[in-house]
Design a binder for this molecule. Structure first.
Ligand code: HEM
Length: 488
């Protein structure tokens, strides 16, 4: 209602339709539609999704205002019927309102689950899953191999092993769980019209969305409950036996075991998390950690195949650094020296940030770039458009990893707002170290051990790069390649 108050100074707005607002101007690939609108209306715009006012931020300066200058004011996220139902009434970290509960989850996650030390402990998992991937590629011989599907499998297996201590893709039950998990991600990616045009809420009832949401929420809860019970029992057995789980062999503990420890400790006082909190956080990590990581590796390989000179330079770097006789394993120490590899990953995230647009919500009335933003307003930062802004990037649509070489800026720290694939500030991504450890290891190994071609003699420039909308933006068509094994 506040938006109607005449004395408020509002950001520029494209013309809107009655009832729909600007929804008709947003295509499937929202980051692209918003970029086009921004070219006409400027780096900060006010749109209406039906009756919901939404601020769109598409330049480094405006992003800095949201994610740094007024970070605290924008430390909430907008939530929907879907996030409430699937995230245990906002008990996960990604959508929990800013406050004591969120701070608690965030510190558990950053200190105990995704800390640099814990990521290092997960090295065995990464190494094993990367070796399995390479075996699968090798056994494909000269037949076209679907890298997209394999990257998805690898990142699912890595995150499931880290979270549960076992991968889900082997057994029948696990496969069913992964199917429901995929549905959860798809539902998160859906916008229901009733959220923005309340009198059309019945549409999601009629088209079956509400039923699917309810069914998925019940099914995923069933699986998570079973996992949690299993790990609670394990904790009790270990306590009774008092043999396992000494401080020294905690390194192999899964995330859910760590959360069960915290839950049980809390029974006698300490940091608190309840059963729903554990399930919500586990689901959050599975969702946030799998699709994003695989999308990043997938786009990196696609860009490398489109740019054979970059691929060659990267292969040279990797093969010069990892030269040991027993070439089976590329180590963390090797990876640290691979500066070109890091530049390739950064450049991929600039051109193809998996989370192309990210959302926050205003906790209080606040002024941004001289405009009035009322409390509760949803804010979308277009990370994709900012990474391609010609004001900050030379030839912004070109894949040129060299631009990140010899840079003194730590781009992943969210300090330079022309580059925010991980967001920034209080609610910036806590999974950067975890994700980069997987992405770098997989790419380095693929570069070291194989030569790469497109199937059927296709030319690099013919490679289709169409995007598929979703919570994380993937390629629309699977990335098919022919790999020739060279030394492994
Ligand atoms: C290439 C991989 C990844 C990308 C590009 C990415 C990107 C992002 C972005 C843009 C945000 C929103 C930040 C903001 O609002 O400022 C975010 C939040 C988040 N990410 Fe990631 N992410 C990745 C991997 C991961 C991984 C591996 C995990 C965990 C295992 C993870 C867990 C989370 C969580 C829990 C949040 C919500 C944080 C909060 O609201 O406090 N992410 N991520």
């Amino acid at each position: 209602r506040k938006w109607l108050v005449g004395s408020k100074k509002l950001p520029p707005s494209p013309r809107k339709l009655p009832i729909w607002g600007n929804l008709h101007q947003i295509g499937d690939l929202a980051h692209r539609s918003l970029q086009s609108l921004g070219a006409k209306h400027g780096p900060i715009m006010l749109l209406h999704f039906g009756s919901t006012p939404v601020i769109i931020v598409q330049s480094a300066d405006t992003a800095k205002e949201i994610l740094k200058t007024h970070d605290l004011m924008f430390a909430d996220r907008a939530h929907t019927k879907t996030t409430k139902r699937l995230c245990y009434n906002l008990k996960d970290m990604s959508v929990a309102p800013y406050g004591e509960y969120w701070r608690n989850l965030r510190s558990i996650t950053t200190l105990k689950l995704l800390s640099a030390k814990r990521v290092q402990f997960c090295d065995v998992i990464r190494q094993e899953e990367t070796l399995l991937l390479m075996k699968r590629i090798k056994s494909s011989g000269s037949r076209p191999f679907d890298l997209s599907e394999s990257f998805m499998k690898l990142s699912n297996d890595v995150i499931c092993r880290s979270v549960f201590g076992e991968k889900c893709s082997d057994g029948e039950e696990g496969k069913k769980f992964l199917k429901v998990l995929r549905r959860v991600l798809e539902l998160f990616g859906c916008m229901t019209i009733g959220e923005h045009i309340p009198w059309l809420s019945w549409v999601s009832y009629v088209n079956g969305f509400d039923r699917m949401l309810e069914k998925t929420a019940v099914e995923i809860d069933g699986f998570l409950d079973a996992f949690l019970d299993e790990h609670m029992d394990k904790y009790d057995r270990e306590q009774r036996g008092a043999s396992g789980g000494g401080a020294d062999d905690r390194s192999m503990e899964s995330f859910i075991d760590i959360l069960v420890d915290i839950y049980k400790d809390n029974q006698t006082g300490g940091v608190s998390i309840d059963r729903d909190g554990i399930k919500a956080l586990v689901l959050d990590l599975l969702d946030a950690g799998s699709d994003t990581t695989s999308a990043n590796i997938e786009w990196a390989m696609a860009e490398l195949l489109r740019h054979p000179e970059v691929l060659k330079r990267l292969q040279n770097e990797v093969r010069e650094i990892a030269t040991r006789e027993d070439n089976m394993i590329i180590t963390e120490t090797d990876l640290k020296k691979m500066h070109y590899l890091k530049a390739v990953v950064k450049e991929t995230l600039r051109l193809h940030p998996p989370i192309a647009i990210a959302g926050r919500s205003a906790r209080e009335d606040v002024k941004v770039m001289g405009y009035d933003i009322p409390r509760g307003t949803m804010v979308i930062t277009n990370n994709w458009a900012i990474g391609r802004d010609p004001e900050y990037w030379d030839e912004p649509d070109e894949f040129r990893p060299e631009r990140f070489l010899n840079s003194t800026v730590d781009y992943f720290k969210g300090v330079d707002f022309k580059y925010i694939p991980f967001g920034a500030g209080r609610r910036g991504c806590p999974g950067i170290t975890f994700a980069m450890a997987v992405v770098e290891l997989v790419l380095a190994n693929l570069m070291q051990k194989f030569e790469w071609e497109l199937p059927d003699g296709a030319k690099p420039e013919d490679l289709d790069m169409t995007e598929q909308p979703g919570t994380a933006v993937h390629r629309k068509n699977p990335l098919l390649v022919v790999a020739t094994h060279c030394y492994f």
